[in-house]
Design a protein around this ligand. Structure first.
Ligand code: MN
Length: 322
């Protein structure tokens, strides 16, 4: 049995699309909302089983990797989040790079010698790595309207992964993957499966219009903090709204808080685009925090820690400005 384990965002989905276009195999799909990164907990293996693991932190899954390896599975692991120590094992192959300009789909694009680069461009836009997306696209001579289309698609797929449960999403990530993997390029997907694209686009636009009416809870020279209401649209839009704010105000760090099922806040943090550092370190200071240097989050911030969070956030990024 083969298991394809992938993050439910644009990067995870587009990484797997590239691999399965290159090498179609029967597999069991394991994924979830973007925040659900403990995906290896959902897999149980027999000796000889194999896994492809994409776009979830190795550090957060390393315990389970060790267990799966000792059960006799072999693993190919590609990612760009915090890795921690990577063990050496004859059945473990890793492709891990935590560079700010890299995402998993770009790693897979290199791994496949650029076989399906348009899916990697889409994913890089989805991870808000606009410069990396444009660098790759410039080698492919894509005109700017087409590039804009890939950018929008990346944003929409990424947007679809947010929410506090799969039921908040327009498409379960495994369903969306299956809708897209039939197409060698994102342009073929958009023209061949327009209803899916349109549902993502309309959902995104409607949710962003709602989000645009929200005033910041707190704002300083260094940071801005927004709190979204406890509705499905708000849970869906939380991450892409953060990217949108980061692009509008590149000198500031942003936090977007939405309510989670445990009576606290789900927090998305974006480092300033002009200085993409510290989001992972800052969020790791909270019990359920983690992520990347430029984009990180906290899964559960108890409500009574809101003012502590705002103080620490402002202090942390004010110090980075000095
Ligand atoms: Mn990613």
């Amino acid at each position: 049995m083969h298991y394809d384990v992938f993050n439910g965002d644009a990067d995870g989905i587009c990484a797997l699309i590239q691999l399965r276009l290159d090498q179609p195999i029967e597999s069991t799909l394991i994924t979830g909302i973007k925040r659900d990164i403990q995906l290896l907990d959902k897999v149980s293996v027999n000796p000889g089983d194999s896994l492809t693991v994409l776009d979830i932190s190795f550090e957060k899954n390393s315990h389970r990797v060790t267990e799966l390896l000792s059960s006799g599975a072999s693993i190919f692991y590609a990612d760009h989040h915090q890795s921690g120590d990577i063990p050496t094992h004859p059945n473990l192959k890793t492709l891990i790079d935590t560079d700010n300009a890299i995402c998993t789909s770009l790693l897979i694009n290199n791994h496949l010698n650029g076989k399906f680069p348009l899916w990697a461009v889409t994913a890089a836009y989805g991870d808000n790595l606009n410069q990396s997306a444009e660098n790759l696209a410039s080698a492919l001579s894509i005109d700017s309207p087409k590039l804009e289309t890939l950018k929008n698609l990346g944003i929409y797929i990424n947007y679809n992964g947010y929410g506090s449960s799969v039921s908040d999403l327009h498409f379960a990530p495994d369903v969306l993957y299956q809708e897209m993997v039939r197409y060698a390029s994102p342009f073929d997907f958009i023209s061949g499966n327009y209803a899916v694209f349109e549902k993502l686009e309309n959902g995104y636009k409607e949710d962003m219009t709602n989000a645009g009416n929200i005033k910041p809870e707190y704002e300083s020279n260094a940071v801005a903090v927004f709190i979204l209401s406890d509705l499905a649209w708000a849970r869906r839009v939380s991450g892409v709204f953060g990217n949108h704010l980061a692009n509008l105000n590149p000198g500031k760090a942003h936090a977007v808080l939405s309510y989670n099922k445990d009576g606290g806040f789900l927090v998305s943090v974006r480092a300033p685009l002009s200085n993409m550092v510290g989001a992972d370190d800052f969020c790791s200071g909270f019990a359920t925090g983690g992520g990347r240097k430029s984009a990180a989050g906290i899964n559960h911030l108890p409500k009574d820690q809101l003012s502590v969070f705002i103080d620490r956030f402002d202090t942390f990024y004010s110090a980075k400005m000095a």
